[in-house]
Design a protein around this ligand. Structure first.
Ligand code: 3PG
Length: 215
């Protein structure tokens, strides 16, 4: 999981509300330069969307997001996903995913949850919802007791704050939905989405020096 995050410092988190958006949206992501995406299993269109994208773009690395149950672990496996992301953890989910051929990025929101994850063999976590949990300050504090642990921060990440997250020693990657804005998807504004995606990717590759342009 650490390799995947290191090679993908920014991961778009996509929620599909219509089947017909799946392929054009994936095309935007690929044209913008993304190799890895997360599609949340939050809507009725997620499974069909993943199948369509998988068929059309077999090389795209697809994560199944919002994995909340062991049943969804089986669903992600059946859909041929490459990795899984959960918003939180349960002991059952962690144990089930540890036996899955697909790696899980488990969501945590506290030191105790990190300790439970470590006990079950996980060292890489999604820190969610990052901004609501104190963001940068909390991640800095967690670096004290958990020096070996690495995070993908998600929840409230934007173009303006992503660089600060990526500069932290314990953050390998950030995830977010802002560059796959639901209202732009609804309006099928593919070129606007592609532009947002490109801007995000440039920012992620130069987080230390990046200064967003403010209109
Ligand atoms: C999520 O699982 O909802 C993601 O972490 C995305 O969060 P965001 O919509 O705040 O970017």
């Amino acid at each position: 999981m650490q390799d995947l995050l290191t090679h993908n410092p920014i991961i778009p988190v996509i929620t599909l509300h219509r089947e017909e958006d799946a392929v054009p949206l994936a095309q935007c992501l690929i044209s913008a330069g993304f190799k890895t995406i997360e599609i949340t299993l939050r809507t009725d269109y997620a499974a069909t969307g993943i199948k369509l994208i998988r068929k059309q773009f077999p090389d795209l690395i697809i994560g199944a997001g919002t994995i909340c149950s062991t049943r969804q672990v089986s669903q992600a496996e059946a859909l041929g996903c490459d990795f899984m992301v959960s918003p939180g953890i349960t002991p059952d989910l962690l144990k089930c995913a540890a036996e899955s051929p697909i790696p899980l990025l488990p969501g945590i929101s506290s030191a105790s949850e990190i300790m439970l994850g470590l006990q079950l063999g996980y060292e890489t976590f999604k820190f969610f919802p990052a901004e609501s949990l104190g963001g940068i300050r909390t991640l800095k504090a967690l670096f004290g007791p958990f020096r070996e642990v690495r995070f993908c921060a998600t929840g409230g990440i934007t173009l303006n704050n992503m660089g600060d997250y990526l500069n932290l020693p314990n953050v390998l990657s950030v995830g977010g939905s802002w560059m796959v804005n639901p209202s732009l998807i609804k309006q099928q504004k593919w070129s606007d989405i592609e532009q947002l995606l490109k801007t995000a990717l440039v920012a992620a590759s130069a987080p230390i020096n990046y200064q967003p342009t403010r209109a």
